[in-house]
Design a binder for this molecule. Structure first.
Ligand code: B12
Ligand code: SF4
Length: 452
């Protein structure tokens, strides 16, 4: 029997810093707005009779008077408070609201206070059941998903998003998950410490529908090295330029690094996390221990690939000297970009459970779980030093003289295309984002430490 049509509005909540202003213009620009994959996969998994609209609140406002039958909301921890406001407002109007994403998956009991149903885990197998139950009047509160077989992934319709509002709408995945057990990582626990790969043929087919520049939103695209080599070989004829994230292991396998570069890899986000062996042990980031970071960077640069380094500050082993030491390494290695974050105990991670048991979580306002706030009590420095030390490093790294010094050296190993299309916009984007977060106005932790 033909099902009656159903209207589904799927919302990505914003946060105060990103919110669309009164002129309905996005407050922030699009350098970091590169993926709507969570919503696109939800939309693609809906039954055919469902008419879907995606609203990204960073881009356009929500119509609270919509005639939609059902509202979906996709969120992380930092935008959970806004998601709850949205859920409450729609429910007050009699709409059914369903939640999904990292935060509701890890905090379903909290999330259900503001919704009618929570998808725990991935949407692909869950959402058809949720819709069927809704239409039969039997929507349940919790739907827990098995890990999806990536051969079953549906085809995405990227026309559902406002393509021009994103630095690229061409985000996709070849793998999901990670096998490592870093204490702070929600990705690994969400994916139950497993890596899954898509059939190479499916990835190549999807790539064929996308433009020259592609972002792989994988957690570690080279984790399964045999798979990565097969994929990169198959990608060479496509002549793409691609960016992704991966572990330092890429530099330990010459063939893998060569194939990545040949297949068009021009930039990688790499989680170095810390220079200290003690901190790496504390984070349980064993895959990074006893490695020569300078040599790793040198090899990746020699392959023509730029690096955005991830560093996390505020482990139980970090003292106030961590910021200067890290800056020295970043300058010495000519690191192309930096994401420096304050250690954040996201719900669902082993770190959250430990810190919570130790009574060291200072702040459970989820909107502060954005890496720009300190929400836990560090041991070897004050929370203020952690906050301002991280901002100091960001200011030093993204000062204009520092950016231009880096770029003038990078010309020797990165192509002009990579510099102009990726590395320079990323540096300016970070500077802009950090300025709007106030990092360029923050106090100087060095003076504070000297006074103490
Ligand atoms: C791409 C990405 C971004 C992009 C785009 C984010 C976006 N809006 O899509 C950018 C760079 C903007 C970004 C920013 C941030 N990010 Co981010 N990001 C990612 C990343 C690497 C991939 C996301 C993705 O595309 N996943 C692929 C999709 C298919 O998987 P999924 O998100 O899990 O979605 C599935 C399910 O959750 C479920 N689902 C999701 N939504 C819904 C909704 C409904 C109704 C249903 C039924 C199901 C459902 O079904 C989906 C399909 O299976 C993830 C890591 C990861 N592996 O997910 C981090 C991640 C989501 N980000 C994270 C964080 C912290 C941030 C920032 C706060 C950090 C910062 N300060 O810069 C900012 C937030 C700012 C902002 N405006 O978004 C954390 C979230 C942790 C948490 N518990 O909140 C993650 C997990 C990484 C990490 N560090 O651990 N991010
Ligand atoms: S290696 Fe990266 S993705 Fe894997 S558990 Fe550690 S931080 Fe998470």
């Amino acid at each position: 029997m033909e099902k009656r049509p159903l209207k589904f509005v799927l919302i990505n909540p914003t946060s105060p810093l990103w919110r669309v202003n009164s002129n309905q213009k996005p407050v922030n620009h699009s350098v970091f707005r590169f993926s709507m994959l969570p919503s696109l996969y939800v939309a693609a998994s809906l039954p055919r009779h469902v008419q879907t609209q995606i609203i990204d609140e960073d881009v356009e406002p929500i119509d609270f008077d919509t005639d939609a039958d059902i509202i979906g909301v996709s969120f992380m921890t930092y935008n959970a408070p806004r998601a709850y406001e949205i859920g409450d407002r729609f429910r007050a109007k009699g709409k059914a609201v369903i939640f999904g994403g990292y935060h509701p998956s890890f905090m379903p009991e909290e999330a259900i206070q503001h919704s009618d149903a929570v998808c725990i885990g991935e949407a692909e197998y869950n959402i058809p059941n949720m819709i069927a139950d809704f239409q039969n009047g039997g929507l349940q509160q919790f739907y827990k998903s098995e890990l999806v077989d990536l051969a079953d992934l549906p085809h995405l319709n990227r026309n559902l998003i406002k393509r021009n509002a994103y630095v690229t709408p061409n985000a996709m995945q070849a793998t999901r998950g990670c096998v490592h057990h870093c204490e702070f990582c929600s990705v690994a626990s969400f994916n139950r410490y497993k890596i899954r790969t898509r059939p190479v043929g499916d990835v190549v087919k999807e790539l064929g529908t996308l433009g020259r520049y592609v972002l792989f939103m994988d957690d570690n695209i080279i984790l399964n090295k045999a798979y990565a080599k097969e994929l990169f070989k198959a990608m060479i004829p496509l002549k793409k330029r691609w960016f992704s994230q991966c572990g330092i292991g890429i530099a330990e396998d010459e063939e893998l690094l060569r194939l990545a570069a040949q297949s068009g890899c021009r930039g990688l986000f790499i989680g170095f996390e810390s220079l200290s062996e003690q901190t790496l042990s504390a984070y349980q980031k064993h895959c990074n221990r006893q490695k020569d970071y300078l040599d790793i960077v040198k090899q990746i640069h020699a392959a023509g690939i730029g690096i955005c380094a991830g560093f996390v500050f505020g482990s139980d082993e970090d003292g106030p000297d961590v910021f200067e030491n890290t800056l020295e390494f970043l300058q010495k290695s000519n690191m192309d970009a930096l994401q420096s974050t304050r250690l954040t105990p996201f719900p669902g991670t082993p770190l959250f459970n430990r810190m919570d048991e130790e009574g060291r979580i200072l702040d459970k306002d989820w909107s502060h779980y954005d890496f720009f706030h300190v929400v836990h009590q560090p041991i070897q420095m004050s929370a203020a030093t952690l906050h301002e030390g991280t901002a100091w490093l960001q200011r030093e790294f993204y000062s204009y003289p520092s950016i231009s010094r880096r770029m003038s050296k990078a010309i020797s190993y990165l192509s002009p295309e990579t510099l102009l299309k990726a590395v320079i916009p990323l540096n300016l984007g970070w500077r802009f984002k950090l300025t709007s977060y106030g990092a360029f106005k923050m106090g100087n932790y060095l003076e504070k430490e000297q006074l103490a």
